[in-house]
Design a protein around this ligand. Structure first.
Ligand code: G
Ligand code: G
Ligand code: MN
Length: 411
């Protein structure tokens, strides 16, 4: 018996909809709501105190197509898990899944219409609803509010800790560097996810101090590694908001000198989505950072809208392919096509390529075959504290042959 308590079936085709509803009923879902159009679905959702545990959305609707509906769900802060269905081609279903995921919605599955009812029943059976509270409407309601003064204090008192996620050379399997990722564990409270406190820091004018704190800690660590003879490149995430201030160049170079590092040991990652905003002082700041010798990386490539011209007009040295293009690429032809063309473009622009979010052996081999330079992801290592790096390196050495492609499967 499924643990699902409620779901909403949105489908403009009555016969199809009733067939889906019947299948859900047979699976034992107690509350099943229906909508024949996107507008009706939004009206039903607006009338509910809690969103349903699951939405099954047919994409081919008259008034508002499934993509518009998904965008509306996002706009209204309704983040119930989705099954997306369509009678059209699989690649279309997959690209709509990607759209939904990029908006932060959780997609349980994409299915062809008419639905394979046995497959649907199996999905419903396995489905475990997330806590209703965690799904409910506004972003502020899904976790305790984090306070600006608490974050400000954490930055000042050194409570923002840096974790490091290794990146390895896809040809040799050798460790090439690490990405610094900020972590915050308030005393006596649950840890706060970086996407939340980074967004807060950006809103409340704390991103500058936060980034300098991260840089200071990470550079001290890199200097330590250098002293031990471990030469690792260090990638730092830069919020685009920082690029407005020409004084940033001075501050970063100051830190590099203070820690006796060389600029070319550092890579500054700028998110692609934000490149749209990269106007005003930003191109000058980026050009100056490059002139000083820093590497410049386009982070999360594939999630934003940067044009080739933009990419070519900023002196990037690296293209970091977002995990939404990497994860599952071995199974999906359309992702593979995009991946290959991104890698080809990067090659022509003479950029180092990094694939992030590699979680499976199959995706690793695919990226390797496609000639990607560096790999990062849970398959290789999760982000870890500085103290854990040395132990991880020892364990990694034993698996290196496998990553290179000359050994058996990694342990
Ligand atoms: O670490 P994950 O570790 O969950 O990080 C989530 C997001 O937060 C990522 O997109 C990452 O780029 C961002 N992030 C992590 N640390 C920093 C930081 O120091 N500065 C900025 N601007 N973003 C960061
Ligand atoms: O800055 P950027 O958006 O690249 O940040 C990397 C983010 O990706 C961090 O939140 C990190 O914890 C996360 N991450 C790293 N490897 C993997 C992976 O293999 N799978 C998933 N789902 N997330 C990953
Ligand atoms: Mn990054």
């Amino acid at each position: 018996m499924s643990e699902l308590r409620s779901l909403l079936v949105v489908d403009g085709n009555v016969v199809q909809r009733l067939r889906t509803v019947a299948c859900c009923r047979e699976s034992g879902v107690p509350v099943i709501r229906q909508a024949g159009s996107g507008a009706e679905a939004l009206a039903v959702l607006a009338s509910l105190v809690r969103p349903p545990d699951l939405l099954i959305v047919d994409l081919d609707m008259q008034d508002m197509d499934g993509v518009e509906l998904i965008e509306q769900l996002h706009t209204r802060g309704i983040s119930a898990p989705l099954i997306v269905a369509s009678g059209l081609e699989v690649s279309l279903i997959q690209s709509v899944e990607a759209v939904a995921r990029n908006l932060g919605l959780s997609v349980v599955a994409g299915m062809r219409q008419p639905l394979d009812l046995a497959q649907l029943a199996a999905l419903l059976e396995r489905f475990v609803p997330v806590q209703a509270a965690a799904r409910m409407a506004t972003p502020c309601e899904d976790a305790p509010a984090i306070r600006t003064d608490a974050l400000s204090r954490a930055i000042a008192e050194g409570d923002i800790k840096v974790h490091y996620q290794p990146k390895i050379d896809m040809r040799t399997g050798e460790v090439q560097g690490v990405e610094a990722l900020a972590r915050w564990q308030p005393r006596g409270a649950a840890s706060v996810r970086p996407d939340r406190f980074i967004a807060l820091a950006e809103r409340e004018g704390l991103i500058h101090d936060l980034t300098l704190a991260v840089m200071h800690q990470a550079m001290a660590q890199a200097a330590d590694w250098n002293a031990q003879g471990l030469k690792l490149s260090l990638a730092i995430n830069l919020s685009p908001m920082l690029l407005d201030q020409p004084s940033l160049v001075q501050k970063i170079t100051g830190l590099v000198h203070q820690h006796a590092l060389r600029a070319d040991q550092l890579v500054l990652e700028i998110t692609e989505t934000s490149l749209i905003d990269v106007m005003g002082a930003a191109p000058g700041v980026l050009a100056r950072l490059r002139l000083k010798g820093f590497g410049l990386s386009i982070d999360d490539y594939g999630t934003g809208f940067s044009s080739m011209r933009q990419l070519a007009s900023i002196p990037f040295t690296e293209l970091k392919i977002d995990r939404s293009l990497v994860h599952g690429a071995h199974q999906r032809n359309n992702l593979r096509v995009i991946l290959r063309s991104a890698l080809e473009m990067a090659r022509q622009l003479d950029l180092v390529t990094v694939a992030e979010g590699i979680e499976t052996l199959e995706d690793w081999r695919l990226l390797q075959e496609c000639g990607c330079s560096l790999g990062q992801g849970y398959l290789i290592a999760r982000p870890m504290s500085a103290g854990e790096i040395a132990g991880w390196m020892v364990a990694h050495r034993a698996r290196q042959d496998w990553f290179r492609g000359t050994g058996g499967r990694p342990a």
